[in-house]
Design a protein around this ligand. Structure first.
Ligand SMILES: C[S@@+](CC[C@H](N)C(=O)[O-])C[C@H]1O[C@@H](n2cnc3c(N)ncnc32)[C@H](O)[C@@H]1O
Length: 179
């Protein structure tokens, strides 16, 4: 699948996004102070920065992307937001996260359809998530067809996730899973 070029992210990761898609509203029922959160395909950091505010100084956010430029802009924004010390940028490859630790929670927004094989990406996410950990996933309704999203969810369930498909938003399909 086509990987979102870094400059395009300016069109959807901006002040308007923060108004219509506030991270604390999306994640605060699951993400608590002190947790370690992995943001798979962090882009310019909408969810990484929001999650860093929720986990606080006692927690950390592993912000994972395959593009250096995304990680660079994400960290610049994290510094401006005063949460850079909570976020660890991590460059992955297209098929492998390559993070050695285990995390409490994974978020992945508008990414899965861009990976070369979503089953591989879901398996990678499953591997880094600790037992009982949560995983919040969104996919863009503009690019992803309903039956493709259903296939992603069926695959996640086959891998062992307990999948709850949430009510879609205007722009996004959403799911919450636990391991
Ligand atoms: C559409 S952007 C979304 C960025 C961010 N999650 C957001 O919601 O604003 C997709 C991001 O996923 C990253 N990406 C694409 N394929 C990936 C892969 N296989 N592994 C990790 N990141 C990937 C891209 O580099 C890009 O930053």
């Amino acid at each position: 699948m086509h990987v979102c070029p870094w400059w395009l992210a300016y069109f959807f990761d901006n002040g308007f996004r923060r108004l219509i898609d506030p991270v604390d509203e999306a994640l605060d029922k699951w993400v608590k102070p002190g947790m370690t959160v992995l943001d798979f395909g962090c882009g310019m950091g909408h969810y990484s920065i929001g999650a860093a505010r929720l986990v606080g100084k006692a927690g950390k956010v592993i912000a994972v992307d395959l593009q250096d430029k995304m990680l660079e802009i994400m960290m610049r924004r994290a510094e401006k937001a005063g949460v850079a010390d909570i976020i660890i940028p991590h460059k992955c490859s297209a098929h492998e996260i390559g993070y050695a630790g285990v995390v409490d929670f994974v978020v992945s927004s508008f990414v899965l359809h861009e990976t070369p094989d979503f089953a591989v990406a879901l398996q990678e996410i499953y591997s880094v998530l600790g037992e009982g950990g949560g995983f919040y996933l969104t996919e863009p309704r503009m690019h992803v067809k309903a039956d493709f999203f259903t296939k992603e969810m069926t695959t996640a369930a086959k891998l062992g996730f307990n999948v709850e498909v949430l009510d879609p938003a205007m722009l996004a399909y959403k799911a919450y899973m636990t391991k």
